[in-house]
Design a protein around this ligand. Structure first.
Ligand SMILES: *Cc1c(COP(=O)(O)O)cnc(C)c1O
Length: 229
């Protein structure tokens, strides 16, 4: 592994190459650097190299980091990409810019009610269990249209789109199929008038497959910050 700055450059090159290969504009893909388990110093180094979007999985860990980086707050966008329990929604509504892992209406209602009036609306995605895996969290695809309509109507949230964490796949075709299914679900919602613009999909191992299927946010951790041990 190189430095955080050189790793970031490599990941951006991968995104540019994946976009070029499928005729997309690389400006349509936002890199979310997943800083879970890494300290505030790693985020600071990435920000010094131009990175503004950061993803965190664990609410408590993230709150400590966000506080330690308060001097940079105006430049940073914090994305919650890990599971969210209802007893943590207030802290998340107060501290984050995005939540990718809304998987039931009750969580969305709490986030909307608890989002401080002094902050802009919270950007949210619905997490979808696109492969129907028993062990995974997320809404079943069939549940998504009704929940999406209800979440889109909440006053202090902006429903931006869908997120998924597909199971690891053995070959390129198997890597792409869950990403394609998520894109098709987004298109279905947009035909129902929702106007969604975000597909949060793709990680270090599958960002090319995700970009090829229309990812607009890719969540990359280990390729930037190194292994998590
Ligand atoms: C950890 C994590 C990532 C980043 O994974 P890498 O393989 O380190 O790139 C992306 N999305 C979610 C939801 C994660 O939990």
């Amino acid at each position: 592994m190189g430095s955080i700055a050189s790793n970031l450059q490599e990941v951006k090159q991968r995104i540019v190459a994946a976009c070029a290969g499928t005729g997309r504009d690389a400006h349509g893909v936002t890199l979310v650097a997943v800083s879970k388990t890494f300290g505030a110093d790693a985020v600071r180094a990435a920000n010094a190299a131009g990175q503004c979007h950061f993803g965190e999985n664990y609410v408590q860990e993230a709150l400590v980091k966000i506080a330690a980086l308060a001097d940079l707050r105006a430049q940073l966008q914090w994305h919650l990409i890990g599971p969210l329990q209802s007893n943590k929604t207030r802290a998340v509504a107060e501290a984050f810019d995005w939540v990718h892992t809304v998987d039931r209406l009750k969580i969305a209602e709490r986030l909307s009610a608890q989002r401080p009036a002094t902050l802009p609306p919270l950007q949210v995605c619905l997490q979808v269990n696109i492969g129907g895996e028993a062990s995974k969290s997320g809404l079943a695809p069939a549940e998504v249209p009704a929940v999406a309509q209800a979440v889109a109507a909440l006053p202090r949230l902006v429903l931006r789109g869908l997120m998924s964490i597909p199971a690891p796949a053995a070959d390129a075709a198997a890597l792409r199929s869950p990403h394609r299914a998520l894109r098709e679900l987004l298109e279905q919602l947009n035909r129902q008038g929702l106007g969604l613009d975000t597909l949060s999909m793709g990680m270090s191992a599958d960002l090319e497959a995700a970009v090829a299927e229309g990812a607009t946010l890719v969540r990359v951790g280990s390729a930037i910050f190194g292994g998590r041990g």
